[in-house]
Structure formats: C-alpha cells, structure tokens
Write a protein that binds this ligand. Structure first.
Ligand code: PLP
Length: 362
C-alpha cells in the first residue's frame, strides 16, 4: 500500500477516487464520461451548481459573496487578485511570510504599488504579530497567505484590518472553520485539499467585483466570470466534478469541524515526536504558527544531516510512504497531511520516525 504525503498535487480521498472510477464511463446516467459532456449541458450544469452549493454550505458563505470557479491555479490568482482589486487606490499591502506570498507580491507589483508590511524576514519561520505591521493607510487591500506550503508556516489569527482582506488559502482550504465575512476575497487552487489541479476557487465579496484594471484579461476578470456563472469559456469540467465529490466527502465526514479535528490530531502526532527527539528531528518553525498541513523537518541537526535524511526517505519509500522530500528551496523532509490523509496513515509515519530515531540517535 502506498501513502502519498505529497505537498500537491496531493492525495485524494479513496472513496472519491472509487466513485470517479465507478462513474468514469457513464456519469450520472448520461451514458458518457463527465470529460465528454458539454459544459453547456444541463447534466454538467447540475454538477457545477451542486459543487458551488455544497461549498457555500460547508463554509457558510454569506449571500453577498460570490463563488467563482476559475483556471490558472494559485499563480493565476496572484495576478487576478491584483488586477481586480488594486484599482481603487493603485496600492496594496502584502504580508510576506513565505515563498508563496513573496511570489504573489512580485506579481502584483506589475499592476500597482506593493507595500511590504514586514521588514524582509531572514527566514520564513514565523508570523510577526499584527501590532508590528506597517500598513499603508492608502492600500486597496491587505494580502496574506494563510498557510505557506513550502516553509510550513500557518497563520494562527485572522488579521483585523480596515480594508478588504485578500487571502491565499490554497494549502489549508476547508481544513478549519473560517468566518468568510472577515475577508474581501479568498482563493484556493484545488490540488491540495479539494481536488485535482486545474480548478481554482474564488470567494469574493460582491461589492468588490467590477473594479478591475482595464488591462485585465477576460479569463481573470471577476466581473465577467460572475456574469457568466463561471462559464465564460470552457471550465475544467473534470476537476470541478471531482472537487464536487470531495465536498460531499467532507460533508459526510464531519464537515469542516471534522477536518479541523483530524488536522489537529495528525499534525500534533508528528510535532510531538519532533519535540521529544532531543533535537534529532528539528522543525525550524515557531511553535505557535506551525502548519497543520505541511510539517517540515530536518534530521540529525538543525541544518540537517543529508545522509540520514536520504536514509530516512529510502526507508519511508520501502514502506510505501512517498513524496516526503522537502521543497528544493529548504531541503530536508516535509510531510503534507491534507484532509485526505487519515490518522492511521499518519500513525504509520509516526511509527517510522520513532523507529528511525531509536536506530540512529547517538
Ligand atoms: N499558493 C500556495 C499556498 C501554494 O502552495 C501554491 C502551490 O503550491 C501556489 C499558491 C501556486 O499554485 P499553482 O501551482 O496552482 O499556481
């Protein structure tokens, strides 16, 4: 058996994949695969509408927020968020706490003035408290990334700001309850917690729609997407279908509260082993903001012993645990524990970590 700890594209719930398989050649009695359906057909329309309705229910999305399904992934939204929202003042605040928010800020700087709220951090291992932030009173919005996938840094608070809050939730979407009304816009690429790569979810407050810059490409234009019910052009139909099944799976498995409890239990299990290993395992992230989704750690020392890390990865692979290698920019190990990873699977990783510690500690 293989356990996939990838950071994304990542594991999908087995029940969902089985349902996809069972309906692959005949989707909902249509006699054809969902991949062959016209995106204008009523059969497909029902699939897309159900996915949006289930998401609205799961997150309690208020009626004055629109849910858009777009393409272009998180990177597309680095541009789209700026193109659609920076126009009112031409300036935006960016809270850079990791690689992805840094990339988003760089992209936005093509379309307006970007104010870095924090002094450049030496390493991405913390989230400076909001009292230290230098917000620009002229900003159109404040942008942050709720969970930095590469470094394993997750916000433990929702910023309180006077302008719309824009948040990249690509790697912790639907893993804990959120109050949508605190945000101007939330977005998430699907390929971590909610489905296959190719579809991106946008939740945006109605009054922020229609303020895009003139140069905004139609494909990234919230107003056009909204007016066309996310069917401006051919959407990623298969991805939306699978995502809809994931939403149903979440509903059947305790909803967001259920996902949140599981995320806490799974990540705590691994962090406890790290913390009790007398430095054999080392996680550089400040305890308070350690990610429940992506657990990065080094082995042997805080800088990592590459030989030991190689051995650990080989042992894991031999036991069917794959894609545990840390991001190339930080090295070491990264265990991604998205919604589809079970507690049982996390326990297997925990067992390996304990055995490896016993065999290699000095
Ligand atoms: N934001 C976060 C938090 C991510 O983890 C990623 C990708 O891993 C991205 C944005 C970029 O997403 P994409 O590859 O879909 O453009």
């Amino acid at each position: 058996m293989v356990i996939n700890f990838a950071a994304g594209p990542a594991k999908l719930p087995e029940e969902v994949l089985k349902e996809v398989q069972a309906n692959l050649l005949n989707c909902n009695g249509s006699g054809i695969s969902v991949m062959e359906m016209s995106h204008r057909s009523s059969n497909y329309g029902k699939i897309q509408e159900a996915a949006i309705a289930d998401l609205r229910e799961l997150l309690n999305v208020p009626q004055n927020y629109k849910i858009l399904l777009m393409q272009g992934g998180g990177t597309g939204q680095f541009a789209a968020s700026a193109l659609n929202l920076i126009g009112s003042t031409g300036t935006a605040d960016y809270v850079i706490t990791g690689s992805w928010s840094a990339k988003a800020a760089k992209e936005a700087a093509q379309y307006g003035k970007v104010n870095a709220v924090l002094p450049k951090l030496e390493s991405y291992t913390t989230v400076p408290r909001q009292s230290t932030w230098k917000l620009d009173p002229n900003a159109s919005y404040v942008y942050y990334c709720d969970n930095e996938t590469v470094e394993g840094v997750e916000f433990d608070f929702v910023p309180e700001v006077k302008v719309p809050l824009v948040c990249d939730m690509s790697s912790n979407f639907l893993s804990r309850p959120i109050d949508v009304s605190k945000f101007g816009m939330i977005y998430a690429g699907a390929q971590k917690n909610i489905g296959p790569a190719g579809v991106t979810v946008i939740i945006v407050r109605e009054d922020l729609i229609g303020k895009h810059l003139k140069v905004t490409p139609s494909i990234l234009n919230f107003e056009l997407m909204d007016k066309n019910s996310s069917l401006l052009n051919t959407p990623p139909t298969f991805g939306i279908y699978v995502m809809g099944l994931v939403f149903k799976w979440i509903k059947a498995n305790g909803g967001i509260a259920g996902m949140s409890e599981r995320a806490k239990a799974k990540s705590q299990l691994i962090y406890n082993i790290i913390d009790k290993s007398n430095g054999f395992y080392y996680c550089p992230v400040q305890t308070q903001v350690r990610s429940r989704m992506n657990v990065p750690f080094r082995i042997g020392s805080s800088a990592g012993n590459e030989q030991l890390e190689k051995e650990f990865l080989a042992k894991a692979e031999a036991e069917g645990m794959i894609q545990l290698k840390g991001h190339r920019s930080v090295g070491g190990i990264r265990a991604s524990l998205y919604n589809a990873i079970t507690l049982d699977e996390t326990q297997k990783l925990a067992k390996l970590m304990l055995a490896f510690y016993e065999n290699n500690k000095n």
